[in-house]
Design a protein around this ligand. Structure first.
Ligand SMILES: Nc1nc2c(c(=O)[nH]1)N[C@H]1C(S)=C(S)[C@@H](COP(=O)(O)O)O[C@H]1N2
Ligand SMILES: [Mo]
Length: 541
């Protein structure tokens, strides 16, 4: 620290003994406390936009308070405040936090780090409360923890500057009067500037976080009001025999809430369907742009298809089946008239992510490749690509299933490279045949007698013909195969095993309609999908 004076100055002020003459120093400390807590809360709100709106310390604590409020108090609040009961709660919490923050500031001035410790303590409680909320994950603690650290840091730094200012104004410091005044003025400015900038940044951050969550609400609203058209071409119905109804076995159709989610988006892209359009460009004679109104007016088709992630390891669950509603991509491409020499479509999403799909796959008359708007009878959930995504039966998601899609560029594999291809995964990614045992789970104990060994098998766009199970080193026995709505989906299977006491290894393998059987040879997911047989170890008693 440099000042324009030669006055002697002890290296460390003593904030535990604020002997200074700064008028209203306690109030300045209270202000510093409010600014510190505000900065922490603002940081937490921004992080909550990324993690989940319900993970914000204010939202989580508010919800916890509501849950913990006794019924009589709730009734009283509703009676007294009516529909403003939530506003009343937040006003109450706001006053409470304001007073607490001011106290933290005063405390920090009296006793170095005590105020900051108080802020951290409150943040830790908020983190625990957030993680205990229903539907939470461990990440829900992040806004409180990181916000708490930021708040404590700002508070400490601010109070330290206040202490310096107070110290210089202290009569114990013997300096020529003018020099001391000048120093005090400087230190005063340093404190006020720091606190002012921190406070203003906190307000800006908070306003930004508000704006971001407001767009989320707008897009969620748009999704709720979007009316999907009746499909011009309905899907083949799901045969009743597709669902074996066995405990521990995945359902044939995966509910949207349980559908696996894979993408690189830190924050789910918020695309307003009114502003959305799809551009079909590149090596085409007639590039065009399609709005949501255009798309919904087209004759849409419904089709069952099972998506799979290339990162799915043997026995994994990065796979899910849904009924998709959309418009055939082959028709859109035909309208744009691809030029000779093109062999790939590079699809691009709102957030810049890209996938490379072979053009001939998308043009295939016999493949239901869709520009999808519906998933299991609803508009696409936001995290599954609202308002529109691609679904291509038989290809891994990373080379085909672009969510929040905004552009299809007809091009060549020689010319363009997609997101994951530049990171070591293959440019073309047909799904490899797979099967897995869902029940019994590995390392569980089952009772001797008949045990339903069941699972899923998939080889999208080719179709599964046979599933076999082997107990220990015994012979392969054919399992019962459930029906399916399409060759583009997985199939359930069950093997009724006469389990005898002891430890056993169960192994499964599938065969497709071409007569190919899954290889035993294990391959990891990278660079083009896993292979190998899935086994589980069970104890029978
Ligand atoms: N925009 C965008 N789309 C994407 C991805 C992505 O990271 N960004 N990931 C892809 C991958 S790797 C897979 S497996 C599927 C997963 O789709 P889901 O999340 O709806 O299950 O989406 C694909 N579409
Ligand atoms: Mo994936």
């Amino acid at each position: 620290m440099t000042t324009a004076t030669s006055a002697p100055r002890p290296a460390a002020p003593r904030p535990d003994e604020p002997s200074g003459q700064v008028w209203g120093a306690r109030w300045w400390a209270a202000l510093a406390g409010v600014v510190g807590a505000g900065a922490g809360l603002a940081v937490a709100e921004v992080l909550a936009v990324l993690v989940s709106p319900r993970s914000s310390p204010v939202a989580a604590a508010g919800a916890a308070v509501v849950d913990a409020t006794p019924a009589w108090l709730k009734d009283w609040a509703i009676e007294t405040f009516g529909t403003a009961d939530k506003v009343a709660l937040f006003v109450f919490m706001g006053v409470f936090m304001l007073v607490g923050a001011a106290l933290a500031g005063v405390l920090e001035r009296r006793r170095d780090t005590w105020g900051a410790a108080l802020v951290l303590l409150v943040a830790a409680v908020a983190a625990v409360v957030a993680v205990l909320r229903p539907g939470s994950t461990i990440f829900w603690s992040a806004p409180s923890v990181i916000g708490g650290l930021a708040g404590a840091g700002v508070l400490r730094a601010s109070i330290r500057r206040l202490a310096e200012w107070e110290h210089v104004e202290s009569p114990e410091v013997e300096t020529p009067l003018t020099a001391a005044r000048r120093r005090a003025e400087l230190d005063r400015r340093r404190f006020l500037t720091y606190t002012g900038v921190a406070g203003a940044s906190a307000v800006l951050l908070a306003v930004g976080a508000r704006a971001l969550s407001a767009t989320t609400r707008v897009v969620e609203q748009a999704r709720t009001t979007l009316r999907l058209p009746i499909p011009a071409v309905p899907a083949d119905p799901v045969p009743t025999g597709a669902e074996l109804g066995i405990d521990g076995l995945d359902p044939y159709i995966t509910p949207n809430e349980e559908y696996y989610r894979i993408d690189t988006a830190l924050r789910v892209p918020q695309v307003d369907p009114d502003n959305w359009s799809l551009r079909v460009v590149g090596m085409v004679d007639e590039p065009f742009e399609l709005t949501m109104a255009d798309l919904l007016a087209l004759p849409l088709e419904e089709h069952h298809a099972t998506l799979a992630c290339v990162s799915n390891d043997v026995g994994g669950d990065l796979v899910g089946n849904a009924l998709w509603l959309g418009y055939p991509l082959r028709e859109l491409l035909a309208r744009a008239k691809p030029q000779a020499g093109a062999d790939m479509v590079l699809s691009r999403s709102e957030d810049g992510w890209t996938a490379s799909t072979p053009l001939d796959v998308l043009q295939d008359e016999n493949r239901a490749s869709l520009l999808a708007v519906g998933m299991n009878g609803e508009p696409l959930p936001l995290e599954h690509g609202f308002p529109a995504r691609l679904v291509v039966p038989g290809l891994y998601g990373y080379v085909s299933a672009t969510k929040w899609v905004t552009e299809l560029k007809v091009t060549t594999f020689a010319e363009d490279v997609a997101y994951w291809t530049t990171r070591g995964w293959t440019a073309r990614g047909p799904i490899k045949m797979s099967s897995r045992i869902d029940t019994p789970r590995s390392n569980t104990t089952v009772d001797a007698g008949t045990v339903a060994v069941a699972g899923m098998a998939w080889d999208q766009h080719t179709g599964i013909e046979k599933v076999e199970v082997r107990v220990d080193d015994g012979a392969w026995v054919e399992a019962e195969l459930a029906e399916t709505a399409s060759a583009d989906t997985w199939r359930q299977w069950v093997f009724r095993w006469d389990a005898t006491p002891g430890g056993h290894t169960l192994t499964v393998r599938a065969t497709n309609v071409d007569g190919d059987t899954q290889t035993e040879q294990y391959a990891p997911p990278a660079p083009d999908g896993s292979t190998g047989w899935h086994s589980v170890e069970v104890d029978v008693r």
